[in-house]
Each structure stands twice: as C-alpha cells, then as structure tokens.
Design a protein around this ligand. Sequence first.
Ligand SMILES: Nc1ncnc2c1ncn2[C@@H]1O[C@H](COP(=O)(O)OP(=O)(O)OP(=O)(O)O)[C@@H](O)[C@H]1O
Ligand SMILES: [Mg+2]
Length: 374
Amino acid sequence: MRRRIDVHDGDRADTADMTDFDRGTGWGRDEAPLSAVAHTGEREVETTLRPRTLDSFVGQPRVREQLQLVLESARKRGVPPDHVLLSGPPGLGKTSLAMIIAAELDTSIRITSGPALEKAGDLAAMLSNLAEGDVLFIDEIHRIARPAEEMLYLAMEDFRVDVVVGKGPGATSIPLEIPPFTLVGATTRSGALTGPLRDRFGFTGQMEFYTPEELEQVLKRSASILGIAIDDEGRAEIARRSRGTPRIANRLLRRVRDYAEVRADGVATLPVVRAALQVYDVDELGLDRLDRAVLDALVRSFNGGPVGVSTLAVAVGEEPTTVEEVCEPYLVRAGMLARTPRGRVATALAWEHLGLQPPPEVGRLDAATPSLFD
Ligand SMILES: Nc1ncnc2c1ncn2[C@@H]1O[C@H](COP(=O)(O)OP(=O)(O)OP(=O)(O)O)[C@@H](O)[C@H]1O
Ligand SMILES: [Mg+2]
C-alpha cells in the first residue's frame, strides 16, 4: 500500500483557512456557532468526522456522480484523471472530497494551500516531490501567488516546469519533467480564479448547500462516531438550523451534546435541542445575532430597502465584506433578502421573521428560487 497523506503547508495555522472577513470582526464571527468557517482547534474533530469513501459521502448527488465517472474512466484507461476544481462555500466538504479522490484512486495526496505558495520555488519543490498518479491538493487556490500560478499552468498542461537558475543575463531556464499527477483545487471564490487557471481544470464540481434531510444523515453518522445520544426529532431540528452546511451541523451537534450532558440526562431529545440552541443564540431558521441585526436594520431603518451593502454594513457596525460574504448568502438562500441592481431588499419573509407585517408592495421570494435574485 503506497498511500500517504502529506501536508506541506508551512504557515498553515488554523487561521490560514479563514477568509479575511473572518478575522477580528467585532462579532467574533470566527468563533460564532453558525460560522461556516472552521473554528480554531476544530480540525481535529473534523478529521474524525470526515467521510472516507465516495459512498459514505452524503449529499452532493450531482458532483458525486460526475466525479465517479471522471475517476472510473481514468481508472479504466490507466491514466491519472483530469484536474479537478471543487468550488463552493466553506464547510460543504471540499477538503473531504479531495481526500476521497485520492483514496478512491488509491494514491497518495499532498496537501498545500494557495497562501503557502508564495514563490514559484515553493510550488516547484512540491511538484518535484510528486510520484506518478499522486493527487496534489491546493486549498484556497484562488489565493496562489502569480509566479506560482504561472508555473502551475505548464505543470497542469505538460507535466513540466521551467526552473530559472541564476539572475540577470546569465539566467537559464532548466526544464524539469514532472510525473503525471492530478491537481485538485478547492476554492470558496471561483470568481476570483483567473481565466487561464480555471480553463486548465478538466472538471469543476460545484458544491451546493445540503438539504435538511441530507444533514440528518450527516448528523446520524457523526453522532454514532462521537457516541452522542440523539433521537430523530432532535437530529431533524439541528439539521433545519444548520444553514445547509455539514460543518455547522456537526458543530451544533457537539454544542447540543454539551448541553444535554450538563443540563439534561445526556440524551438530545427535541426539547433539549431547542433549549441548547437557544443558549447559543441560534434561531429557528438558523440565523444568529448578526443575521438578525442585518435584517432588522434593513427592515426597520431602511424600510425594507433597497439599500446599498456598505450602508447596511455601517448600520450594523460591520465590514461590508462580512455582510456580503458571511450573512447574505444564507439570507438570500433562505428567501429573506434579495440582491437587486438597486441594492438589498427585504422580502415579506424577512418582515414576518421579525414579527412585522410586510407592506403590501413587498415581494415574496421563494426559497427554492433565490438564484433568480442572486
Ligand atoms: N458530505 C458530507 N458527509 C459527511 N460529512 C461531511 C460532508 N461534507 C462535509 N462534512 C463534514 O464537514 C466538515 C467540513 O468539511 P470540509 O473540511 O471538507 O469542508 P470544506 O468545503 O473543505 O471547507 P473549507 O471551505 O472551510 O475548507 C468535515 O469535517 C466533515 O466532517
Ligand atoms: Mg477545506
């Protein structure tokens, strides 16, 4: 068995995985129970909970089926599969899938991240260490430095890099062959990827938010791994409030367990789950304090909008990027906020969620069609 997992990522503290808007916001979003980004120290438990095979990976039926075909056909042809880009919001399972790809191919995986590849030399070192068929996983690939990115083009296309030796007029470039490998890139912001880089991936898996039913399955599996006693109703309640994100579901499960052990008899029944989530300020729709503050400002201070995101951010004392990238995706998806060319608009559901009567002209946004407004 030659499978190995290698992490080459010098500066990868837990914070390296955070996006800028998660750092040091007044709300302490990085430790907020509903943040989709991993908390400090959360990686260890996440590793325990990671599904190891495509079959045990819950949800994402489309990506799973497509990926299965890519992997199976490569296996039949006896070549490494095309490079794979996994894109989607934090906590939906991109890293898990990357590791599953290597496991399914029965090869080693080498793990690094965009921010760790500051110089072309950093990437050259990683590439020259690959064995044939290895998976190279670059997390947050949109944050890769330019010179490394340019080196990556050639490596992805021709399995070759040009290493420049020396400086000035005497500099020479030495071509270096690399064994065929599969690059798996993950990004939370596929829009930030340059065209040439995006074009070099043979397959892009667009990760979607999970349905409550899928999250129930995730929770069932996690509860059994962690030995947490929770009944069906309790599971369904956590699933409903987890913003379509397995990372959040798993985290709420652990917080509920704490509550159940300290304040109840250890079993997470529906009343126990409800009481626990109230302590953690998670409301029935999975909104937290900041989400509610945004809705509240939009509805009460701006009469439902339209209002620009910067104005809205000032009203809640937050950075515009935090409002835009942390709160809005879920509010849009939950059908409470619409992004229109004239600004942000509260839907009837938002008014109702705050216990207010929406004005008659306010539109209703079906949760199933938020993309129309995105
Ligand atoms: N489909 C799934 N089935 C079961 N558990 C999952 C699934 N997807 C994610 N998880 C759980 O959620 C956690 C977060 O997943 P993962 O780290 O793969 O997300 P990610 O998309 O890489 O997030 P980030 O963008 O922050 O890097 C994992 O520890 C895993 O336990
Ligand atoms: Mg990840």
